[in-house]
Design a protein around this ligand. Structure first.
Ligand code: ATP
Ligand code: MG
Length: 361
């Protein structure tokens, strides 16, 4: 039986394990036994600062991958059968590296400056202008570690809030019309497949809904070219996601894209693929990692609604026909992603989306 190791044991690892269970692939996670992957996969504790502990884990599996870019990589470099290449994590781990890499690959980003002191912040604000957004370079997710500066009186507050959280980046605030993400997968033989651009709505910095197809279908080829070059250059294996801001022209047609960030892994904006695509992002990631042929990415019109804080009542939700209910079995907690609901097909969406949004609110 093929065994795949995953560094991390949260919901992304859980969904990868569930996706490949029908293949008879066993998933073993390096993580925390209390995390939500533990009821569908074996979870072992690994000390990421100890090479021996990592080697013990890698000896148990045929291939290994990640559910997060925020892991210690010192003892992972130069190890075999880890996909995507560990060096790619260093790009996604740090917003400054990420932006430099995007710009070096012809992708437009928001203007940005590195910030390491209050003086840097003052200089960066006068250079970039208001509004702007101060972010921690590493470790942020779901809008955490960010401070929006609406005018220059916010400078001190922003510094007081984030000044002690390591390296910072000031970004110009992009006046976008909407956000999309592209999810692609590359196999070891270089084959690449892309899901359709997904349109994402965030509330308070946390992903709320993802919809396919997006209004930016005319940008599909251009964004695939960006990511395709990127994947080939990195000799990437597995799923990658890039988030973009979209600007429209006066007729409402998507015209320009600005790259926001990349994730060298499966992504929340791809959760619709579990029910809306022939092969999900989770299945395709593990197919690529395990050297299997990639699965078809044909799709149906779909909407994913994130459940934040707590899951809606199962009895009430399942009364709506064709609703796909995904609970990660996590303890309810404010602002925590605990599950999602997928709606697939025009009719299901038109009949149930408003009701679901009403139940979840
Ligand atoms: P996630 O984990 O959900 O991807 P994150 O914490 O890594 O989020 P970002 O993706 O950088 O952080 O920011 C979260 C959201 O905040 C973006 O999707 C966007 O809505 C908004 N945002 C971030 N940066 C900018 C910017 N420079 N201009 C305008 N809006 C922004
Ligand atoms: Mg983001």
């Amino acid at each position: 039986m093929t065994k795949v190791g995953i560094f991390g044991s949260g919901q992304l690892a859980r969904m990868m394990a569930l996706a490949v269970r029908p293949f008879g692939i066993e998933v073993i996670c390096a993580g925390n036994k209390n995390d939500c992957a533990s009821d569908v996969a074996t979870v072992v504790e690994v000390d990421m600062s100890c090479e021996k502990s990592i080697n013990n884990f890698l000896d148990k599996v045929d291939y290994a991958t990640f559910e997060t870019e925020n892991i210690e990589t010192e003892h992972l470099l130069n190890k075999e059968n880890i996909y995507p290449p560990v060096s790619v994590l260093h790009i996604g781990q740090n917003r400054l590296n990420e932006k430099k890499y995007f710009n070096g690959n012809n992708m437009v980003t928001a203007p940005y400056k590195a910030v390491n002191s209050l003086q840097d912040l003052q200089n960066a604000v006068s250079e970039i202008g208001i509004p702007c957004i101060l972010k921690t370079c590493c470790g942020g997710y779901d809008g955490k570690g960010q401070f929006v500066l609406k005018d220059s009186s916010y400078i001190e507050d922003a510094w007081n809030e984030l000044g002690d959280q390591g390296q910072l980046i000031l970004e110009g605030f992009v006046d976008f019309d909407y956000e999309v993400s592209l999810i692609g997968v590359r196999a070891r033989d270089g084959q690449k497949l892309f899901y359709p651009l997904t349109e994402n709505v965030h509330i308070d910095g946390i992903l709320h809904t993802s919809t396919v197809p997006s209004k930016a279908q005319n940008l599909q080829i251009q964004t695939e070219e960006y990511m395709g070059n990127f994947l080939d250059k990195l000799n990437y294996v597995g799923v990658m996601t890039i988030e973009f801001f979209v600007k429209t022209n006066k007729n409402g047609i998507a015209e320009r894209i600005i790259a926001n960030e990349m994730a060298p892994r499966v992504h929340n904006s791809g959760h619709w693929t579990i029910d809306g695509a022939t092969s999900s992002q989770f299945e395709n990631h593990i197919r690529a990692v395990a050297g299997l042929p990639l699965g078809d990415v044909s799709y149906n019109k779909s909407v994913m609604v994130n459940c934040i804080g707590s899951m809606p009542d199962l009895q009430k939700t399942l009364k709506l026909p064709n609703i796909k209910y995904h609970s990660y079995q996590k303890e309810p907690r404010s602002k925590r992603k605990v599950g999602h609901i997928n709606l697939v097909g025009e009719q299901t969406i038109s009949q149930n989306l408003d009701k679901i949004l009403g139940i979840i609110k």
